[in-house]
Ligand binder design. Structure first.
Ligand code: BYC
Length: 482
């Protein structure tokens, strides 16, 4: 079979020759009904019979991997796609650097590898669960379609991890695959594994912030796993990254369009002061300080996903050749880091200080630092929009010590500049930094659906171009069952 083209004939589209792998095919086919049940129970609420203009991966050729068409979501072709194998690929880092990449699970690292795959897999359905209510308040058919696109692709990413578990981890892989359908975001008894994936996504500003900040953690983690010496994981993640780019585009442009509309409305009303929150809200748009607070919330929740400042797990995974650094293949060092150091922000005697630590132990922070650089690129584009209207305001990412639940700063309170606060100071000032109940109520009051083709809710500007270059009035979702 040609790896670039996908076999669409069977129940599970794939480019891994499932037809000649009866054991895995059977395992996946047994898992499929549970997945569809999960999709109906926990996937987008309503709209399951609506026709959605979705892209589906039909190839792993970077020049033309997707086709667009109307699809009912439960009939989406959730396929298993791996990027092409490079015959001579070597393990690029760690103790096994230079040895041929593993095509089978290395026995001594089995548990560590399985844990990484399970954690990655767990985030995918979690995000679908978090976003399941949003279709009903979509600000346009364009946005609704983007939400559903993100959702079906997160579903496909779950399939990708389930394939690895079932193909390479035998009975315990099958158990883990089943458990991925049993945990539920936010459930007190069976929560999803990582904190941010148990938070709510109550409104569309949160959705855009989530796809901007949290999907970007997905990008960083997938980039690191794409470097893995375990070749099937590397190839799986490489292809997932192709889809992930659109999710971050949805987030960046979504927040950008909200900012644009706010600035436009302020100018039209002659309001120059971004702190005139009452005046701006009367215009039916979201004031810039509230957008800043939402960014503070989602950025800080996402920082927790990078784990602890000092991590033996991260050191072990790198040493073993399982999880590399962001774009490891482009870095110029020995790729082993046994004697290197890395500067990490730590809490020492109640103060935030920079400390050199062994580079292997600091790998989570190195990835997090790369993440912050990547986040700032889009933030500066948001600020250009504000600047273009001459409004004196800039979105800024808060300090990494702000509002943390994992790692050294989880035991303290800090303001957005990283100054340590007492409990009383935090309680008094919390609502300056994070969305308050009043802010949330205001945003919720704006969440009225707009489902006429080409129309947009009043708090968000239309996009500059349509999906698949479709014109403005294109009917991205043909609703039959809202
Ligand atoms: N919540 O040694 P440490 C995505 C636990 S997003 C709860 O620092 P490590 C997507 C940790 O498990 C990308 N627990 O941990 C985005 C450990 O527990 P055990 C998802 C946490 O392993 C949007 C203990 O604390 N992929 O794809 O170095 C939509 C010690 O911590 C948390 C991955 O994350 C937390 N936030 O780092 C859809 C890649 N943080 O085992 C999808 C795979 C830490 O001692 N995962 N703990 O009981 C990893 O590489 C790592 O497991 C982590 C944690 C980076 C998550």
């Amino acid at each position: 079979m040609n790896i670039v083209n996908v076999d669409y004939d069977g129940l599970i589209p794939n480019n891994v020759d499932l037809n000649h792998d009866a054991r895995v095919k059977k395992a996946l086919e047994s898992w499929h009904p549970g997945y569809i049940d999960w999709w109906h129970d926990m996937g987008p609420e309503g709209f399951q019979q609506s026709l959605v203009y979705l892209r589906t991966a039909v190839s792993v050729d970077p020049k033309g991997w997707a086709k667009f068409d109307y699809v009912r979501m439960p009939e989406y072709k959730w396929g298993i796609l791996l990027a092409p194998q490079h015959a001579e690929r070597k393990i690029p880092f760690g103790a096994h650097k230079g040895e041929p990449a593993w095509q089978e699970v290395p026995g001594e690292y089995r548990a560590m590898l399985r844990r990484l795959i399970v954690i990655q897999g767990d985030t995918e359905p979690a995000s679908v669960e978090q976003q399941r209510h949003l279709g009903k308040t979509a600000p346009s058919l364009y946005d609704m379609r983007n939400l559903f696109q993100v959702n079906v692709e997160e579903g496909r990413h779950l399939w990708a991890m389930v394939y690895l578990l079932q193909k390479y981890f035998g009975a315990d892989g099958r158990d883990e695959a089943a458990a991925l359908l049993q945990r539920r975001s936010g459930d007190p008894d069976t929560p999803r594994m990582l904190g941010a994936f148990n938070e709510q996504t109550p409104d569309w500003l949160s959705f855009f912030m989530f796809t901007y900040f949290t999907d970007r953690d997905g990008k960083m983690q997938l980039e690191s796993l794409a470097q893995s010496g375990f070749d099937p994981l590397s190839r799986t993640c490489r292809f997932m990254l192709t889809e992930e780019a659109h999710h971050m585009f949805v987030g960046e442009t979504g927040v950008g369009r909200i900012i644009e509309r706010t600035c436009q409305a302020m100018k039209e009303a002659g309001i120059d002061d971004p702190a005139d929150i009452g005046g701006v809200r009367k215009l039916g748009v979201i004031d810039l300080p509230t957008i800043q607070k939402k960014a503070n919330l989602h950025f800080s929740l996402t920082l927790d996903l990078f784990g602890n400042e000092i991590s033996t797990n991260a050191a072990n995974a790198f040493h073993a050749g399982l999880k590399g650094r962001f774009r490891e293949d482009r870095l110029k060092d020995d790729h082993q880091l046994e004697s290197a150091t890395y500067p990490v922000l730590r809490l020492v005697d109640g103060k935030v200080v920079n400390q050199d630590v062994p580079a292997l132990s600091g790998l989570n922070m190195r990835l997090r630092d790369d993440y912050v650089v990547d986040c700032n690129v889009g933030v500066s584009r948001w600020n250009k929009i504000i600047d273009g209207y001459g409004i004196p305001f800039a979105i800024e990412l808060p300090h990494v010590a702000f509002h943390r639940h994992i790692g050294e700063f989880s035991g303290i309170h800090a303001d957005v500049d990283g100054n340590v606060l007492t409990d009383a100071q935090w309680t008094a000032r919390r609502d300056q930094f994070l969305p308050s109940a009043t802010d949330r109520d205001f945003i919720e009051s704006l969440m009225q659906p707009q489902s006429e083709p080409g129309k947009f809710a009043g708090w968000i500007a239309p996009p500059k171009v349509g999906i698949d270059n479709k014109p403005g009035e294109f009917e991205y979702v043909k609703i039959v069952d809202a």
